[in-house]
Write a protein that binds this ligand. Structure first.
Ligand SMILES: [Zn+2]
Length: 469
């Protein structure tokens, strides 16, 4: 049957669910739609609408024509966009109420899915050992290693499909990959696909079963959901500070960020005590966006042992406990701190562990050593112009970075030196453990920074030099 091709074929078994979801989405802004009103908006007879909602086995069941499916999808997309906009505009009542994240992770769905396809394709075609399967619903065998990014992409697909009232195809990797041979618009008609001009794009070539060039293009430059999550969390935090005076916002920023670095894992009581000193919008953001209950897998029975240096979780490997903060473990031997009931504990979320905690360990180390030598140290002044400086009007501004590649770091700072350039003496400080680990680190990064006023030096050298200043 010709009319069964395209979205309708895919929708057939879930046609009623699709209509229910669409009706709900169109009525979301204000009054709820009746089926007759819904039919009127679509310009179809109420009687026809009824046949579309029938069980597929019923003799009265009719498949929704493709054009009508497209019309419904367009209406729903518009309605969702309108809801999103009005949500952003009602920011005035945000203080003290539930905070709504800015930006929709669904926008990253096509790129995220394309990146998954590229990773899986690479495993299959370059990993060796894996073979193509020519079955109908299993695309590639040997798709064993699913990473966090893959699971996030799959979860996004599930969410998108379920939101549209469609059957979940994101839960099983082979089924998902089989769908990727079809045009995105047919099975994933979300706004980022339809509005992004991607409706006709297939991520996997159905013929030769390779990722398509479009998949490659889409995946290129995609930072990953972790990066996206990071941006969202940070935007949320800046947003929560926006109601404060500049001076207060700067102070709260520094307070929160240093608290986070000192407390990657925290008891509920300790967290609430800290939050009590913050304005409600900041409070809500930190509580809801920064920390999450300690995942059960790490709970090691009923108690969890924290590192005595950095307070992060310790895990057991080869019979011994190790700190899970890389920057901490690189500098110290393992040292047990408190052992606490796991159920009481909250842990910093993954992007903040990566972007704030890991570099923060060395930033704090440097700040403490300078303070011990009598310097006035400001951490993250002016909401993070630099990592630290030596008080208002001080000449020295310091960024501390731990890129594994000195060349990449030098290149990055040459192109985007950021707040460092507002200081007369801009320093790039390299953690001692990294300088020990990578041969000629400081020389190599300095070579890349030639012609720039930024000077690279190790943490120990920075402390030494400032001790004589
Ligand atoms: Zn530690």
């Amino acid at each position: 049957m010709q009319q069964d091709s395209g979205p309708a074929a895919d929708l057939k078994i879930d046609q009623k669910a699709f209509l229910v979801a669409a009706k709900r989405a169109l009525g979301a802004g204000g009054s709820r739609l009746t089926w007759d009103q819904f039919a009127a908006r679509l310009g179809v007879e109420p009687r026809a609408m009824k046949t579309y909602r029938m069980p597929a086995e019923s003799s009265d069941f009719r498949t929704i024509p493709r054009l009508l499916v497209e019309k419904i999808e367009a209406l729903v997309a518009d309605a969702l966009k309108a809801t999103a906009t009005s949500g952003a505009e009602s920011g005035e009542d945000r203080e003290g109420t539930v905070w709504r994240p800015r930006g929709d992770p669904m926008n990253a769905l096509p790129a995220s899915l394309a990146a998954l396809v590229m990773r899986q394709g690479r495993q299959v075609f370059m990993g060796g050992g894996a073979t193509m399967v020519s079955g109908v619903d299993r695309l590639w065998s040997g798709v064993a290693g699913l990473g966090d990014e893959d699971r996030r992409a799959m979860a996004l697909v599930s969410r998108a499909r379920l939101t549209l009232g469609l059957r979940d195809v994101g839960a099983e990797i082979h089924e998902l990959l089989a769908h990727c041979t079809k045009p995105l618009g047919e099975w994933l008609p979300v706004p980022s696909v339809t509005d992004g001009g991607l409706a006709t794009v297939c991520l996997i070539d159905a013929e030769d079963r390779m990722p398509t060039l479009e998949a490659e293009e889409l995946a290129r430059g995609f930072a990953g959901m972790t990066g996206l999550l990071e941006e969202q969390v940070f935007a949320a935090f800046q947003d929560s500070l926006s109601k404060q005076s500049a001076k207060d916002a700067d102070d709260y920023y520094t307070q929160v960020r240093t608290f986070v670095v000192r407390n990657p894992v925290v008891t509920r009581k300790h967290l609430l005590k800290f939050l009590a000193g913050l304005p409600s919008a900041v409070w809500v953001c930190v509580e809801q966006q920064f920390y999450e209950p300690l995942p059960g897998a790490l709970a090691a029975g009923e108690t969890t042992t924290l590192c005595s240096h950095c307070n992060n979780v310790m895990t057991r490997s080869r019979g011994a406990l190790h700190c899970t903060t890389a920057a901490c473990a690189a500098e110290h031997g393992a040292s047990r701190g408190l052992t606490l009931p796991a159920a009481d504990l909250f842990r910093l979320n993954r992007p903040l562990r990566k972007y704030w905690l890991e570099p923060g360990i060395d930033e704090l180390r440097l700040a403490e050593r300078l303070a011990a030598r009598g310097h006035t140290v400001r951490m993250y002044p002016n909401r993070d112009t630099v990592d630290l400086d030596l008080g208002e009007g001080g000449k020295v501004g310091i960024d501390l970075k731990a890129y594994s590649s000195p060349e990449l770091l030098g290149e990055r700072l040459r192109r985007r030196p950021g707040g460092l350039m507002t200081y007369k003496t801009p320093w790039l400080v390299i953690p001692d453990w990294l300088a020990r680990r990578v041969p000629n680190y400081v020389d190599r990064v300095s070579a890349c920074l030639e012609g720039s006023p930024i000077r690279a030096l190790t943490l120990a050298d920075a402390v030494e030099e400032l001790s004589h200043a």
